[in-house]
Design a protein around this ligand. Structure first.
Ligand SMILES: [Zn+2]
Length: 434
């Protein structure tokens, strides 16, 4: 890692300001022109095309990206080769593996379909500089001890020994006790971890000299947010990040802004416009080793109002999670309609005594509900039935289930739909290519 290059990106990101939305869009257009002009020469998948605008390129879903993997990176590295190398690295927990000069990483797949990604050293330095510029509460000079608890000590998270800024990476694969001990020993002032780990640390009652807490890698439930905020006496902010790259972070006012200076985000509306829910289609303006052009993400986001901080980058009020987390239940006319995980969460958690829960849609009109403690089940079930009815859906059969322990390497999803339960094609917006 080049410290000079990280600092260069850091300084530029700190200085970058957009007076208004129009200024931001001018910046995007300028960089996008270069991205579109270079794509046909750089990536085999776009050879022979001459895109003038984003609309000239197809929207790619995850299966498309996996199918065309070799054509979507500059070195022609195949998916098989990449996943094999990344898995071997993960097993040995040695993340220095490179393929033809690029580092390989594995996204934490929840659907059983893992995505591999490739990055160059220059891209990782840019990533570190951009994230640091937004994550450090008082800037580099004030100093910070940053602790990252993440699934892979993937090359993206390699430490930048920045003098006054110390980095410590804690491996999410560690046993719980060791993980807690490592975080305590690191005495972080900035802690970046998945919400499930933040909850674990909160419940362990550890004392940390924290100035900022950032949740990453899983959807932050309001329920978990309250637990962590109460334990640490600090607001929990969010880093929104995927295999597609760094997508957003909370501002000083605590609102999540999309990183629209680095990515163009097209929106595909989900549900009525008043709900302001959309599936993002992302184009990266700076990646050079792998094409991230019009990738449809699996997440559903809720657009927010302009932020008092004055930053014109789009505010996201909530990341509702993967489109697979929508339940599709029978509507009044028999046509399946979506029930969003936030309604499910609110309904179940409103029941007296519920500490934790899981809801799985296993059939077109069948849900499994698991709650802790188990004696809170009847109340939670009634709440869920009422929420389904209020949404004009159902009836559904609700059967009791158990909360299966998941390892720390598996993303926590409290609400999900099993892959075999069909969702209408509109679940994630219009079909690819439109
Ligand atoms: Zn803001």
């Amino acid at each position: 890692m080049s410290r000079a290059r990280v600092l260069w990106h850091y300084a530029h990101a700190r200085r970058r300001r957009f007076a208004d939305r129009a200024a931001l869009e001018r910046w995007q257009e300028r960089h996008l022109r270069g991205v579109l002009a270079r794509a046909p020469h750089r990536y085999a998948a776009y050879a022979g095309t001459a895109p003038r605008t984003l609309a000239d390129l197809p929207v790619l879903d995850k299966p498309d990206v996996l199918a065309r993997f070799a054509g979507l990176n500059t070195r022609g590295v195949g998916l098989e080769e990449c996943v094999t190398a990344a898995r071997a690295a993960e097993r040995g927990r040695d993340f220095g593996t490179t393929l033809r000069g690029l580092s390989v990483g594995l996204s934490s797949g929840t659907s059983g379909q893992q995505t591999a990604f490739l990055t160059s050293a220059a891209e990782r330095d840019r990533w570190a500089g951009e994230v640091l510029a937004r994550a450090l509460p008082d800037g580099l000079l004030a100093g910070a001890r940053v602790t990252l608890v993440l699934r892979a000590g993937g090359p993206l998270y390699e430490s930048v020994d920045g003098g006054r800024v110390q980095f410590r990476f804690v491996d999410l694969a560690l046993p719980v006790d060791a993980l807690v001990a490592e975080v305590v020993a690191a005495a972080p002032t900035v802690l970046v971890a998945p919400p499930s780990v933040l909850v674990l640390l909160a419940r362990a009652g550890v004392r940390l000299p924290l100035r900022r807490v950032l949740s990453v890698a899983e959807v932050l439930d309001p329920h978990d947010r309250r637990t962590v905020e109460a334990a640490f006496g600090l607001r929990v902010d969010q880093v929104y990040q995927a295999a597609e790259g760094f997508l957003g972070i909370s501002c000083a006012d605590g609102r999540l802004h999309l990183a629209e200076d680095l990515v163009v985000v097209e929106r595909e509306p989900v549900g009525p416009p008043a709900d302001r829910r959309f599936v993002p289609v992302v184009t990266d303006l700076f990646r050079t080793s792998q094409a991230v052009l019009r990738r449809r993400l699996g997440d559903v986001l809720v657009a927010g109002d302009a932020c008092p901080c004055g930053d014109p980058r789009q505010v996201v009020d909530e990341v509702l999670g993967r489109a697979d987390d929508l339940l599709w239940l029978p509507g009044g006319d028999g046509v399946p309609a979506p029930l969003f995980p936030d309604f499910v969460r609110a309904a179940v958690l409103a029941a007296p005594g519920v500490r934790d829960f899981r809801v799985v849609q296993h059939a077109a009109a069948g849900l499994t509900l698991a709650v802790e403690p188990a004696d809170a089940f009847p109340g939670a079930r009634d709440g869920l039935v009422a929420a389904v009815a209020r949404a004009g859906l159902g009836p559904v059969a609700i059967t009791p289930g158990g909360i299966e322990p998941t390892g720390p390497l598996v993303k926590l999803r409290r609400v999900r739909r099993e892959p075999h339960v069909p969702a209408p094609a509109a679940a994630a917006g219009p079909p690819a290519g439109r």
